[in-house]
Each structure stands twice: as structure tokens, then as C-alpha cells.
Design a protein around this ligand. Structure first.
Ligand code: DGL
Length: 262
């Protein structure tokens, strides 16, 4: 089991931002990544659909022999991870918007959260937000339209800039000092977000924390790969592989991208 791969899934290419953190922190682990781009965006879908997709992805990763599954999608985590943990006998790591560090460190008493509708309307998000943001103004913003543009590889485009401006301006007006990226697709937008918000506002995403948690859980289950050799990384998309190729072209890892029907 120790030599089996870490499974990672997302509604599409966004989880590659998490995959990059995992492969950096755990350089000897094989990985299998599923980009369910055919069903993206999950963020506008019902909880029932999100659960259905999460089950399908989980079962495929288990069939491929994965030893742990990273749900590299805030929308799937907040809507489906408790079901997955109850029904499959394998450790799951999830990703949630990093509200806690933003709330603990704010000095303007205002923070912004950019996430999908599915995440912002989930019970898990509400519970976490209520717990950590007493007395803090939280500007929640649904990033509608951002994921389809990223999926299409249209990251550095005027369309993207104008959507981002529309979503970030109210946060600037509210004097936030931190913006939480509550969707694993959004780290690919950081350079563009910075151009709009300047350098005084912190951008917080959860990628590094997820990678650390993956390592901790592998250690706890005695599942770290003992082999110190170049790992195998397989990335599957159920639509075109063009955006995966684009997002990975600066990666130092040795990887293979394939189209797969799932
Ligand atoms: N990348 C996903 C997330 O972290 C979902 C984006 C979507 O499919 O709407 O929420």
C-alpha cells in the first residue's frame, strides 16, 4: 500500500494548484490526478450532483489503487467529504477556504472571500465562518464565470480582468486587508488579482496547508512511500488536455497527461 499513489481530484484543472504543492512537499510520492472538466463548474450545481461527481471520482481513484484521496476542490469538500469519509475506508484530505488565518490576522476588521456558490452556501462553510469571524466584516463574493474561463485557458484576458475587477472592487471599498481564495482554481489568478489589489492586501489560499496535512496523515497511517526514486505522475482529463498542458508546462515534475472517459 505504501507504494501506491496519492489520488487527487477536482472539478477540473484547478486542483493542479494543490497538486503542485503536494508534489513539492512529497517528492517521492506517485500521484494520480482526475480533472472532471466535463462536469465543471461544480460550484453552480446542486449538492446532490456534487456528491454524485465526488463519489464517481473517488471510486475511480480507489479502482486505480490510490492509498489516500485529496479532494482538491472546496466545493466538493464542503458538500461531500463527510459522506466520503463515512462510506469509504481510505483517508481523505479536504480543502476549505482559509478563513481562520485571515480572521486572526486582520487589523482592519474586514476580510474578503472569493469562492463558488456551492462553497459559500454550504453548511460547513457557514459553521467555520461563524466560528472564526465574530466582530469581523466578511465580504463574500461568488466568483461566477471565473472557473469556465480558467478551464478554457483564458486566464490572461480582458474578460478575466473585468470580472476580477467587478468582484474585488467591493472588497477594496470595504477596506479588507486579506482576501481568501476559496476555490482551488483561483491561485492561477494571483498575478492578475495582485495587479488589481496592489501589494498591501494579503492573498490567502489553502494549497500549502493541504499538502502539509496530506503528509501528516500519510505519516499517521504509516503510508509514506519508502522508495526514494523519481515518482510517476498521471493526470487524466475527461475533456481536452490543452489547459492541463498549459498549467503544467513550467512544472519540474515528470508527468503524463491523458484523456480518459470518466
Ligand atoms: N475548484 C473548485 C473549488 O475549489 C470548484 C470550481 C467549480 O467547479 O466551480 O471549489
Amino acid at each position: 500500500m505504501k507504494k501506491q499513489a496519492i489520488g487527487v481530484f477536482d472539478s477540473g484543472v484547478g486542483g493542479v494548484s494543490i497538486w503542485k504543492e503536494i508534489t513539492t512537499l512529497l517528492p517521492f510520492e506517485d500521484t494520480i490526478y482526475l480533472a472532471d472538466s466535463k462536469n465543471a463548474p461544480y460550484g453552480q450545481k446542486s449538492k446532490k450532483k456534487i456528491l454524485e461527481f465526488s463519489i464517481k471520482n473517488t471510486e475511480l481513484l480507489i479502482d486505480k489503487g490510490c492509498k489516500i484521496i485529496v479532494v482538491a476542490c472546496n466545493t466538493a469538500t464542503t458538500n461531500a467529504i463527510s459522506f466520503l469519509r463515512q462510506n469509504y475506508d481510505i483517508p481523505f484530505i479536504g480543502i476549505e477556504p482559509a478563513i481562520k488565518p485571515a480572521a486572526l490576522q486582520t487589523t482592519t476588521n474586514a476580510i474578503g472571500i472569493l469562492a463558488t456558490k456551492g462553497t459559500l452556501s454550504s453548511e460547513l462553510f457557514h459553521a467555520t465562518s461563524k466560528k472564526f469571524t465574530k466582530g469581523i466584516r466578511v465580504i463574500e463574493q461568488i466568483g461566477e464565470g471565473l472557473v469556465p474561463l480558467i478551464e478554457a485557458g483564458k486566464i490572461d484576458t480582458p474578460e478575466m480582468t473585468s470580472l476580477l475587477k467587478k468582484y474585488l472592487d467591493p472588497m477594496l471599498v470595504a477596506n479588507v486587508d486579506a482576501i481568501v481564495l476559496g476555490c482551488s482554481h483561483y491561485p492561477f489568478l494571483i498575478p492578475h488579482i495582485k495587479k488589481i489589489i496592489g501589494s498591501n492586501i494579503r492573498i490567502i489560499d489553502s494549497g500549502e496547508a493541504v499538502a502539509k496535512q496530506t503528509k501528516t496523515v500519510l505519516e499517521q497511517h504509516d503510508l509514506l512511500n519508502p522508495l526514494k526514486i523519481v515518482p510517476r505522475h498521471l493526470l487524466y482529463s475527461n475533456t481536452s488536455v490543452a489547459t492541463l498542458n498549459l498549467l503544467l508546462n513550467s512544472s519540474k515534475e515528470v508527468y503524463k497527461i491523458q484523456k480518459l472517459d470518466f
